[in-house]
Design a binder for this molecule. Structure first.
Ligand code: ADP
Length: 446
């Protein structure tokens, strides 16, 4: 199935939207990742700072960093406090105090109960100490974050220097550890919000795109099918009406009953031909572009007279008078595709006749505007209710009062009229009162 230029614009439009959403989604995800990781680290640093602010430095100065500390009441009381911190704040796994001697970082005190396998007694060397850990002592680093793996796992650690309040000398380093899994889980959970929202919006858009593409392919296929089928039916039908016509004209030797039957077949064939034409018009108009119109000056008066002559039989049958107003003067000309403009007005005239009561009058006039002519086709027929007036140009719609008058109609004629008017940069609309009549207006450039 071929895609025309509007489909290309439509595909471009979707590509731009999808790319924009992808970029915005990616930026939002990266931004969230950075922000959440920063805020988690800041929270850990703040926690460490607030714990450090309540430590008694005199107490720490009394620690020896060996088993003797176990008997030191200061050690016992600090260990007791440290043990409580992970219980209160579930995000903190370890709190500890380090000292430094003989080029080794070692534990003064930690938050693990002595019964725990993870407990580090005073004086235990921290063999996995990193460059940063050592530099906390050697280079007097300020509060620092680090990601470190040791025998207990992988940790995000906030390290805070503890200084003697009177001398300002570094006496220990306090560490607060958060499990790296907890840290990354927090970040991933928050980052998942923009990521999932982007994916969700993209899925909606892609599904919309596929559905719309399928619908367009289906419509194109349908109109192709209608057009082929109508063509195949129209030719033999036209042949049948000609043969019936010829039979009637040379009707010598035919009985009245035979003439009546032939006339009936001819009328029914013509009705069928009109329906097929409507279907074909609809299908063709959908594919027509402005470029495919072959425009020429059209003298409207002559055109209307031609249509009137073609409708002579129907007008006589319903005793309807078709009145071409004097405003349709010989100089009223428009630029358009003759065949299409003729079929367009033909549809409007035949509707006005079809939906008129017997003995009615159909009047056609023109209003001369600066750049346009507005043609008005006015009948005294069944009229159209206000709610139906919006629907009649959509195609495949017939009002209830119209169905009561005749079953003959496809609801496609006005759809074709609208498309042809628009292809000529024109417009069509109607004014109507149910039971009193309708006026259809067509505005066309001069
Ligand atoms: P149809 O083949 O049914 O005439 P059209 O597309 O030409 O299809 O018109 C659509 C519907 O608009 C008609 O079925 C009818 O309900 C309404 N309609 C159109 N022209 C008139 C009119 N002159 N008077 C009253 N109703 C009209």
């Amino acid at each position: 199935m071929k895609f025309d230029s509007s489909n290309k614009i439509f595909s471009w439009y979707y590509s731009i939207i999808i790319t924009t959403i992808l970029i915005v989604g990616a930026l939002a995800s990266v931004f969230t990742y950075i922000k959440i990781s920063e805020s988690t680290q800041n929270t850990l640093l703040k926690n460490a700072a607030s714990i450090a602010s309540v430590l008694e430095t005199d107490n720490i100065l009394s620690f020896r960093g060996n088993e003797n500390d176990l008997k030191n009441t200061g050690y016992v009381s600090l260990k007791d406090k440290f043990e409580k911190i992970p219980e209160i704040n579930s995000e903190i796994r370890f709190v500890y105090l380090w000292g430094y001697r003989d080029q080794n970082v070692y534990f003064f005190v930690d938050s693990e109960p002595a019964t725990s396998l993870d407990y580090s007694p005073p004086g235990q060397v921290y063999t996995e100490a990193t460059e940063i850990d050592r530099n906390m002592f050697l280079k007097n680093l300020p509060s620092t974050m680090e990601m470190n793996t040791d025998r207990w796992g992988t940790w995000l650690s906030a390290l805070t220097p503890i200084k003697d309040s009177s001398t300002g000398k570094l006496i220990a380093v306090m560490g607060v550890d958060m499990n790296a899994n907890t840290y990354f889980r927090t970040i991933y959970v928050y980052t998942a919000i923009p990521v999932l929202s982007t994916i969700f919006v993209l899925i909606l858009i892609v599904v919309g795109f596929i559905l719309r593409k399928r619908e367009q392919e289906f419509l194109a296929f349908k109109s192709e099918l209608v057009s082929i089928a109508s063509h195949e039916i129209r030719s033999p039908l036209t042949g049948i009406t000609w043969i019936m016509d010829a039979l009637l004209k040379e009707g010598e030797g035919l009985s009245e009953k035979q003439k009546y039957d032939i006339d009936l077949v001819k009328n029914k064939s013509e009705e069928l031909l009109l329906t097929v034409n409507d279907l074909l018009d609809g299908a063709v108009a959908e594919k027509l572009s402005k470029k495919k119109l072959s425009k020429q000056p059209i003298q409207v008066k002559t055109l209307f007279e031609e249509i009137m002559n073609d409708s002579f039989l129907v007008l006589a049958e319903k005793n309807i008078k078709l009145n071409i107003d004097s405003s349709i003067a010989p100089e009223v000309t428009i630029l358009g595709d003759f065949d299409r403009i003729k079929r367009m007005f033909n549809n409007l005239f035949s509707n006005a006749i079809k939906y008129s009561k017997n003995g009615g009058v159909v009047r056609v006039s023109a209003i001369n505007q600066k750049a346009n002519f507005v043609f008005a086709i006015k009948d005294e027929g069944i009229g159209i209710s206000p709610k139906d007036q919006n629907k009649i140009f959509r195609g495949f719609f017939r009002a209830e009062n119209a169905k009561k008058i005749t079953s003959n109609g496809t609801g496609l004629g006005l759809h074709y009229v609208k498309q042809i008017a628009e292809l000529h940069n024109g417009k069509v609309w109607c004014e109507s009162k149910e039971g009193l009549g309708s006026t259809f207006y067509v505005k066309l450039p001069k």
